[in-house]
Design a protein around this ligand. Structure first.
Ligand SMILES: [Zn+2]
Length: 378
């Protein structure tokens, strides 16, 4: 927790420190340089390196603390009433700490099925770390047979999450004195047309696919911020807004975006360009993370659920890296210590009892991997 790995900062110090801990217990460790200065992923294997194993995965970055009222220093782990307080305690350095602490026991267990440890960067921003790691794993001669991502689920197996995509939409119009508005193209008005279309699209999505495992049981589309124009008497040259899509498993954000683009291309742009040839509507992707679909992890979930003390599987609305791994054919579930409701908040904490439950779970896994019984991904 003492490594300040807020996503805007480098994470390499934490990665190299973790690599050292894993090498000390005989793991083969690969540090992958990231796509920004000071960023890195880690991929380590304990046990045989010539066969697929079980991967335990965590993101090493955390969300900022700026503007939050903390009772103690967020980068100093502080114990109060059976809880450990720090930025990342729940999301998700508590899990990473459990894995590093258990690594020597995995090493001593004499694993027949290997254990892989993966640490990524930028999960909280654009998920480029896991995208880069997944591309490397997909090209490797041996890739993990299954993966558990230790995001905070109170140690319940989570089998599905929605996808999440964010786009910056830039509308360019043509500005004239507003008394001559017929000769101008108002970027604000055309952006508003897109927002109205997005709201109508939501109503159509509500009438289409439904998944009752989620609190909001449909794919959602939403405009969260808009900015444009300069004055009340000038038609707006520019308007920009942020669009978010949270897609149900089985739905691609890009398909939903395609409907919005189709409307712009066929209806709005011809009308805009009839007045000004350089009018434009541009869509810039900020992030696009696929959903986790439970149809891809049935056997893995059934194998892991009895080991972690919850009889039922969960579904969550927050995005995780799991869908990226599922997309390269690695069955993946989410299960880790702590609660998501304290994540990203001031005074984030994890209960010591949750870390102990996670450690017990890891020891059971070590016993299974030693016998070669896991993973049961396929
Ligand atoms: Zn997280």
């Amino acid at each position: 927790m003492a490594f300040d790995t807020v996503s805007a900062n480098p994470n390499a110090t934490l990665i190299h420190w973790s690599a050292e801990r894993l090498r000390e217990c005989g793991a083969r460790v690969d540090v992958q340089v990231g796509d920004e200065p000071g960023k890195a992923n880690l991929f380590a294997t304990i046990g045989p390196v010539d066969r697929p194993g079980l991967m335990l995965s965590g993101h090493s970055d955390v969300v900022p603390v700026a503007g939050q009222a903390w009772s103690s220093d967020p980068f100093v782990l502080t114990e109060r009433d059976g809880r450990l307080y720090a930025r990342g305690a729940a999301d998700m350095k508590g899990f990473i700490a459990c894995v590093l602490e258990a690594a020597p026991r995995f090493a001593r267990a004499g694993l027949r099925t290997p254990l892989h440890v993966a640490l990524s960067y930028n999960e909280e921003t654009n998920m480029h770390g896991m995208r880069q790691l997944a591309a490397q794993l997909a090209a490797a001669p041996v890739r993990p047979a299954a993966c558990i991502i230790g995001e905070p689920t109170s140690m319940q197996v989570v089998v599905a999450n929605k996808g999440a995509a964010g786009y910056r939409v830039k509308v360019r119009g043509h500005s004239v004195h507003s008394s001559l508005r017929d000769q101008g193209v108002s970027a604000v008005e055309y952006a508003a047309e897109i927002v109205v279309f997005v709201n109508a699209l939501q109503k159509r999505l509500n009438a289409a696919a439904r998944h009752d495992g989620f609190e909001f049981p449909h794919t959602s589309v939403h405009v969260g911020r808009i900015e444009g124009g300069t004055a009340h008497n000038i038609t707006a040259k520019d308007c920009e807004f942020l669009l978010e899509i949270r897609a149900l498993p089985g739905t691609r954000s890009s398909d939903v975006l395609g409907e919005i683009r189709g409307y712009c291309d066929s209806v709005l742009l011809p009308a805009m360009r009839a007045i000004s040839a350089d009018a434009a509507i541009e869509f810039e992707e900020i992030f696009d993370t696929p959903a986790l679909d439970e149809r891809g992890n049935v056997y893995l979930a059934q194998a892991i659920m009895p080991l972690c003390g919850h009889a039922s599987a969960g579904r969550v609305s927050f995005g995780t890296e799991a869908g990226i791994l599922q997309d390269i054919g690695v069955p993946t579930i989410v299960c880790g210590p702590g609660q998501i409701r304290v994540a990203h908040q001031p005074d984030e904490y994890v209960e010591i009892a949750q870390l102990e439950a996670c450690s017990r779970f890891l020891d059971v896994l070590a016993g299974r991997l030693a016998k070669g019984e896991l993973p049961l991904g396929h």
